[in-house]
Design a protein. Structure first.
Length: 211
């Protein structure tokens, strides 16, 4: 498999963790999100992912999958071990809910294009963009802090999709100096995840395109 990725992309980071946990071989194809005006906008990459975002996963069959959660669900269905979703339907919904708080409610507001729009088209300075960024992380993390039940991972002793999505968002929060002291459960889960080789290998600084 080929993973179109950018070292700092938290959506690509999610897929890297899932691939590593499931011990699937893959090659990273780096797509730089700012060089040359953003190489995700090149015609070559647009032919791979019409949405012009990373990640995209090219399968040996030639099919290309996009959207990190859709990719991870595909991996879960084709490589069920180790499972990233609990068997119990209620527990599954709770795990997916944490993933959705991040993937649907935090990350889209803090992604490259919306932040560039805030600064470029709407004319806000970096301080306002940083405040916007921190605001949506804090609101989302307040909810997640109440939703998770660490033991030591977000939902007990088994790694789940919630951890796979949470750890990259914690990386983003730290990168933008968002204080995490109000979120001891989140910080604890992240610390536990980072002890695992699958998470460590997926870290931005351990990527071939790291800067
Ligand atoms: N919902 C998408 C988000 C993908 C996404 O927004 N990726 C970012 C990097 S984290 C990106 O490629 N941004 C480029 C841009 O906005 O131009 C997913 O989960 O895959």
């Amino acid at each position: 498999m080929k993973l179109y990725s950018f070292f700092r992309s938290s959506a690509a980071y999610r897929v890297r963790i899932a691939l590593n946990l499931k011990e699937i071989d893959y090659t990273i194809v780096p797509i730089h999100l700012s060089k040359d005006g953003g190489r995700q906008k090149s015609s070559e990459y647009r032919a791979i992912n019409p949405q012009m975002r990373v990640p995209a996963l090219a399968l040996p069959t030639g099919e290309v999958l996009t959207q990190s959660l859709a990719i991870i669900e595909y991996l879960e269905e084709t490589h069920p071990s180790p499972p990233l979703l609990p068997r119990d339907p209620i527990a599954r919904a709770q795990v997916r809910a944490v993933a959705d708080v991040i993937a649907c409610d935090i990350h889209p507001l803090n992604n490259t294009s919306p932040i560039n729009y805030l600064k470029g088209v709407l004319g806000h300075d970096q301080a306002k963009a940083d405040a916007w960024y921190a605001h949506w992380i804090m609101l989302g993390f307040e909810a997640i802090e109440a939703m998770i039940r660490p033991g030591p991972y977000a939902f007990g002793a088994q790694i789940s999709l919630a951890d796979v999505v949470l750890a990259p968002q914690v990386f983003n929060a730290r990168r933008f100096n968002v204080p995490l002291d109000r979120f001891p459960k989140i910080a604890g889960v992240d610390a536990q995840c980072m002890k695992l080789a699958a998470f460590d290998r997926a870290r931005p600084e351990n990527q071939p395109d790291a800067e």
